[in-house]
Write a protein that binds this ligand. Sequence first.
Ligand code: 8YV
Length: 321
Amino acid sequence: MQTKIVLYKKVADDVLALLQQEHQVVQFDGVDDNNRAAFMAELEDAVGLIGASVKIDAAVLDHAPRLKAISTISVGIDQFDPADLSRRGIVLLNTPDVLTETTADTGFALILASARRVVEMADYVRQGRWTNSIGEDCFGTDVQGKTLGIVGMGRIGGAIARRAALGFGMQVLYSNRSPNPAAEKAYAARFCPLGTLLQSSDFVCITVPLTPQTRGMIGAAELALMRPSAILVNISRGSIVDESALISALENGRLRGAGLDVFEHEPVAADSPLLKMANVVALPHIGSATHETRHGMALCAAQNLLDALSGKATPNAANRA
Ligand code: 8YV
């Protein structure tokens, strides 16, 4: 007998077909105030849930008494409470690896764009302001040969370290819960406390996952440790940085600039002071957003869910259920 899966993100036809081979699939294109009640109602007899970018908290789960597995189309699991899911006997699955290189590319794009003022200079040309050979007022700062501090040396941190050390001849510092000997060997990365990293880096790139421990870990005190010539790049989650402290630091010239793919509240408010600053490159959370990678993530998440529901071992379980 087919069992029911609720899908709450639009996926490609082949991914949908894969799920439909084994289950009845009820599909939502996101969840908002208009369809929340219908979404909750469909959960009542669902055994599987798959999607992304929606908070799945106790209030949602209380409507899903038969749920056995949730598969998020993301590596980040901050929309869930893994311990609560374990108590309810629900396994949580995510999509590591498949998005590592693409997300590291986004991080490096932000490092380069911020340092070389790519967005600002492209606007300058587009606005017809390039009327003479450019002067110092259009210069940026070098990336190659500088020091990059990576906060969190996991898969994505490692992929950024590789680009930095092997591609750009950068010195790599990193902070992490524990040392990463592989990154030290391959990229001469140096393990150091967060404070030392912030004081010694020309670029600081945040790649730690959002957890209760990392929320707000870069606040006013940490930003004050950074060099005024340094650039902060965040490709993880906005809430790791105290956004108002970052705005003050930028307004007061305490940092050269910032490259931000993520914000405390997404989509970021159109009137955010960050969007008025020429030295801030802001992106709409494009970390993994290429056709190839988003398709790979959806396929991975679908296979994770099918495996979990059929009792097969799944390497991508993010909790114990
Ligand atoms: C996605 C991400 O933007 O995987 C993650 O954790 O942040 C991104 O790849 C997001 O989860 C929507 O699919």
